[in-house]
Design a protein. Sequence first.
Length: 343
Amino acid sequence: MSKPVILTGLRANNDLHIGNYFGALLPTVDMATSKAGEFQVNLFVPDLHSFTTPIDHSKLAAQIDHNLRLFVAAGLPVHNPDVHIYRQSYIPAHSELTWILDCFTGMGEMGRMTQFKDKSAKLNEDRISVGLFNYPVLMAADILLYGAAYVPVGDDQTQHLEFARDIAARFNNQFGDILTIPLPVRKQHEFFGKDQGLRIRDLQDPTKKMSKSDESGKGIIFMGDDPAAAAKKVMGAATDSVGSIHYDYASQPGISNLLEIYSLLNRQPIADVAVEWEGKSSYGELKSSVADLVRDFLSGFQEQLAAVDSKALYAKLEADEEAMGTVARNTLHAVQKAVGLRA
Ligand code: TYM
């Protein structure tokens, strides 16, 4: 029996930030560390997803390389043979399966995706690419090619994960049991633990999520930020005029976001953190505690990043791309047979 697959990807459109780290990277690394042997873990760079909205292409190759290093710096146990890293565009089956699944996907279905609506609203019509429109199909292909059961992602990807389930079920209904349907989002949350930082907010505007495509960068803590500068961003975080601390996103989104970042960096359950700070009046004290944690975390992380062994990383990457290419080709072949492209 093959091992259940945990799989996730982080785009290379910009440096990763602590939201990406807490929402997807850390849970994957934690699983790869604690469940080694029981699961297969695939952590990949969805490089083809990186320019669904306009980017500076002269920086893409370096950013892809940087993301791979971030995976190692975050503690991914790359020596474990059940852990795989790869770049999506090096495995052509991703694009090929996407085309086939595109033909089983409705325009209306894609048009209803919240991310598409949000991102396209910010662009002039000629700049809204077809790639932005159908990227959930590519994401579904990323998941289905490897039969992934568990997909650690932040809240903003929930709808896309549901779509991956829908399209797999629809395909299986028509053609037989070919694709593995990932677990429902509720089960995913149970598996990964619910307080995993599913939606870290922007420090300047805590009503919206921290987002790497955000231009200003003032409310975002990037993994590559100078630690002292990042601490300053925390000190400048928007709060409220309530005057006392309560963990309640509805009335105190900025404070609640800071408490959540504190809990994640301190590896302490949010319920305990909420009790510890409940009713205190000094927002400054909370901010400086979070700022200290952020500064220490980034300093340690960046030291690990500088120590990544390039030779070992690329040897692993190339071996995994070959091995995962075979797995992906096998799934693609089964799909091609099902739709009548192969005898
Ligand atoms: P991307 O690159 O935008 O984000 C990477 C991961 O980070 C999570 N995330 C957050 N989590 C908590 N708080 C935030 N503020 C925050 N912002 C982002 C995202 O939910 C994501 O898990 N389409 C995906 C990449 C992808 C993928 C896949 C993921 C491509 N193929 C297959 C899983 C499986 C994306 O754009 O993520």
